[in-house]
Write a protein that binds this ligand. Structure first.
Ligand code: HSE
Length: 419
């Protein structure tokens, strides 16, 4: 029998215990051995929980229990979880984690400590979608040309509701929190950081890139308004928070931001809390992975899959670490060298000559306008909604600063990249 200790018995931990129980028949058939959760660590022992599991508030009761084979880390956070996972590995236990923030910072160090011990994290990216397995296994014959996708269910849920029902931002965020999709601190969702953590994990596996969140371009959906959504609809786009990794020669660009994406693309049609990730391999072409990216059961499904994998193959035969052999072969492209098409929303005083002066600044910066709309914003101001042809990030950023400094421009222009 394989014994599992769970550190952090919240929404996902509770589902892990439930799945191990509900699906015990199929799980033991697939693992070739029975798997039981024997202990859970929680912060508050007094809280009512609808599970049958021996609980403790002392992490040592799991980490130092010689009977426990696999430690499942679901406590969240970075440094405290890092210490816990290190101790578990040093005590010879296999580890399964869903903690993307931990992996975004310490994945290579933990893999180094794990050595031959199993250290698995399928649930850390896109919840129930087996995307890590796909990159490591199914696509292992390919150079990965790009990874592009919706990696945060909360912001996709919010953008869908804003676009389809015109619901206000704050109200939908509260709804996403109530449904258990959002992070404990929802700025991780709407600010793009959660998606960035996931993108960095995928980039390690696909490219051996050891970047940290601070090294890459991360923006969220927090500046998107109904004006942007109606521009998008008029010009045949959807707005999605996308994580993008793209190989360009010996460089890889990594970025997370709200994106205008053609409505004809499959990713543009992914609504609600669902995630979808497109991976292009040099031999296979484009492949697309779709499924629930958040929620207790969906995330726990991936956690339990890792537990089964370890039980089946033995806890000293890992599913492969972060790709050390690839590390250092490709470098991170500087964020200001990224090339894209751009959309800008510029709120201006509605006066004679304003448009001509804006157009002149575009010309001076050698940035070519593709489409333009003007929408009244108040009795004496208007929003200019402008999309550009392909430009370089640093040129756009410079131009935005120049536009923001103009006396007839009322606030810093909002920019959304077009993918
Ligand atoms: N808050 C995350 C999301 C949960 O909304 O996608 C899954 O990582």
């Amino acid at each position: 029998m394989i014994k599992v200790g769970i550190i952090g018995v919240g929404t996902v931990g509770t589902s892990v215990v439930q799945i191990l129980k509900d699906n015990a028949d199929i799980i033991s058939a697939r693992a070739g051995i029975d798997i039981v959760a024997t202990r859970g660590v929680v912060k508050n022992l007094k809280k009512e929980r609808a599970i049958e599991l021996l609980l403790t508030d002392n992490v040592d009761d799991v980490l130092d229990d010689p009977e426990i084979d696999i430690v499942v880390e679901l406590m969240g956070g970075v440094e405290e979880a890092f210490e816990v996972v290190k101790r578990a590995l040093r005590n010879g236990k296999a580890v399964v984690t869903a903690n993307k923030a931990l992996l975004a910072y310490h994945r290579y160090e933990l893999q180094e400590i794990a050595q031959d011990l199993a250290f698995e994290y399928e649930a850390s990216v896109a919840g129930g979608i087996p995307i890590i397995n796909a990159l490591r296994d199914g696509l292992s014959a390919n150079h990965i040309e790009s990874i592009l996708g919706i990696m945060n269910g909360t912001s996709n849920y919010m953008m869908t509701k804003m676009a389809k029902e015109g619901v206000a931002y704050e109200a939908i965020l509260k709804e996403a929190q109530a449904l258990g999709y959002a992070e404990a601190d929802p700025t991780f969702d709407v600010g793009g950081f959660d998606a960035a953590h996931k993108l960095l994990i995928l980039a390690s596996i696909a490219y051996g890139i050891d970047a940290k969140p601070e090294d890459i371009l991360i923006e969220g959906i927090d500046k998107v308004t109904q004006d942007d959504i109606s521009f998008a609809q008029e010009f045949g786009y959807a707005i999605k928070l996308l994580g993008i990794a793209k190989k360009d020669g010996s460089e890889v660009e990594l970025r997370v931001h709200a994106s205008l994406i053609s409505k004809d693309e499959m990713i543009a049609k992914i609504d609600g809390v669902m995630n979808a990730i497109s991976v292009v391999g040099d031999k296979v072409g484009e492949t697309l992975y779709y499924g629930p990216g958040a929620g207790g059961d969906a995330t726990a499904s991936a956690v339990v899959a890792n537990i089964i994998d370890i039980a089946r193959s033995g806890k000293s035969t890992p599913m492969l670490g972060f790709d050390k052999a690839l590390k250092g072969k490709l470098t991170l492209k500087p964020a200001d060298m990224i090339e894209s098409k751009y959309y800008l929303r510029i709120n201006v005083s509605d006066k004679t000559g304003v448009l001509a002066r804006i157009a002149k600044i575009f010309e001076d910066n050698n940035i070519s306008i593709e489409t333009m709309l003007q929408r009244p914003a108040s009795s004496d101001s208007a929003n200019l909604l402008i999309s550009t042809h392909t430009a370089v990030e640093k040129d756009i950023q410079k131009m935005i600063k120049e536009i923001a400094a103009l006396d007839f421009v009322n606030s810093t222009p909002v920019m959304i990249r077009i993918v």
